[in-house]
Design a protein around this ligand. Structure first.
Ligand code: ZN
Length: 419
């Protein structure tokens, strides 16, 4: 084959990709059209076996590591080169959709099938991976498989995680036949690409087909506890009561105000509130609530945190009340590899798709892979920006476009063999 020209016209098969997505979605299908395939359940096992069987039919080499991450490899001409990898996850939320995660895995297999159809050999091997327990719905932490692979979570910690019934990750891996022998991370990776539905409304709103993801927002989670003094709502005059809820709500308002100060990427959310004693005629004595703040720039995320802490200190001293702020989770912002990001953008342009940069507000396995290898992500629109919901939907032409961008981005790294 001569260089580039015939490859420019190379396209994946949308009908085949959509059919695969629909078939996999039947495993754990819910009455409302969604999917429930929680990590390491019997249904996850069936889903995994379905994907592995598909990979076998394509003649791929399959390996599984000790946390159940499963790699499906098409050899390259040069076995010394690290593989160019793609993938995502096939576990879902309890009321999840057909595309979150599944799209990234099946788009990867569609890329390989396209290369096989056209007898295109690559210099570097190409691999598709599905990571264990990305969703974190049954077992925490989230992004467990890729986290262990990247060394951010220890194998012992992951193995020890248990679900609400007390079942442990290691036992469940063994039970479903996916406790592999390969040490996580002892598996080279030359570059990693992940195609994913956006899970937000930006692409649809801007009427763009491809989201080029330069970064993922960093996040800080806090638990905040405001202590007041419980007293009868009637006899206690307004100026001598200590109402924990009134002070808590002023902090909640501040969380949102801080996010608004750093538009367009700032995020501030209070999603969980507990009021004690939660009685109609008792002045609240204690309020606990969650704070979630996000931004893709670590300096700004730091500043948002400082503003929050300053405000809490001010409320605490002015009102002489005890307020406790405890950080419970921190993910630093993730900036993807400039070369991968540019390659994705260029592929979208060359293929004639409209595109724009979209900063991801949600976590993905690609965040951990970015620590190990040059990494990039491709987003496609999802209907009304909705995911983690049974009504999650994506258009076939968008599924096709994202997979074509994935194909050409991976080829740019794996290098087609030219004879
Ligand atoms: Zn996902």
């Amino acid at each position: 084959m001569t260089s580039a020209s015939p490859l420019r016209d190379l396209r994946i098969r949308a009908d085949r990709l959509c059919q695969s997505l629909l078939e996999l979605a039947q495993i754990g299908a819910t009455p409302k059209g969604g999917v429930c395939r929680l990590a390491l359940t019997d249904l996850d096992k069936q889903g995994r076996l379905w994907v592995v069987e598909k990979a076998r039919r394509l003649g791929l080499e399959i390996t599984t590591d000790q946390i159940g991450n499963t790699f499906m490899r098409r050899p390259g001409k040069n076995a010394q080169l690290p593989p160019v990898m793609t993938g995502s996850h096939i576990d879902t939320q309890p009321t999840g959709g057909k595309y979150d995660g599944n799209y990234g895995v099946l788009a990867g297999l569609e890329v390989i099938e396209t290369l096989i159809d056209h007898e295109i050999e690559t210099e570097a091997p190409i691999e598709v991976v599905f990571w264990t327990n990305e969703e974190g719905s049954r077992f925490t932490p989230v992004m467990m498989g890729s986290g262990v692979f990247a060394g951010a979570v220890t194998l012992e910690h992951a193995y020890g995680a248990s679900d609400t019934a007390g079942k442990k990750v290691k036992d469940e891996l063994q039970r479903i036949g996916f406790l592999g022998e390969q040490t996580p991370g002892e598996h080279p990776c030359g570059a990693y690409f992940e195609a994913h539905i956006e899970q937000g409304p930006v692409l649809e709103h801007q009427d763009k087909v491809i989201g080029v993801v330069p970064a993922v927002m960093g996040l800080r989670w806090f638990d905040c506890t405001v202590k007041g003094f419980e007293a009868h709502a009637g006899p206690t005059p307004m100026d001598i009561r200590i109402d924990a809820l009134q002070h808590a709500t002023s902090i909640m308002q501040k969380v949102v105000a801080i996010a608004n100060e750093f538009k367009p990427h700032g995020r501030g959310t209070v999603g969980m509130v507990q009021v004690f004693p939660n009685s109609r005629n008792v002045i609240p004595g204690q309020v606990q609530f969650s704070i979630d703040i996000r931004h893709p720039d670590s300096v700004i995320l730091e500043k948002m945190t400082a503003l929050l802490k300053d405000y809490i200190a001010q409320v605490s001293s002015e009102k002489s009340i005890a307020i406790d702020l405890k950080e419970v989770s921190y993910f630093p912002p993730c900036n993807f590899d400039a070369n991968c990001v540019d390659t994705i953008r260029q592929a979208a342009i060359d293929l004639g798709y409209s595109q724009m940069d979209v900063v991801s507000g949600a976590g993905h396995d690609a965040i951990y892979m970015n620590r190990l290898a040059p990494t990039g992500m491709i987003f496609i629109p999802c209907k009304d920006g909705v995911s983690h919901n049974e009504i999650e939907d994506a258009k076939s032409e968008h599924l096709e476009a994202g997979a074509n961008v994935l194909l050409h981005s991976m080829l740019a790294f794996a290098k087609p063999v030219t004879n």
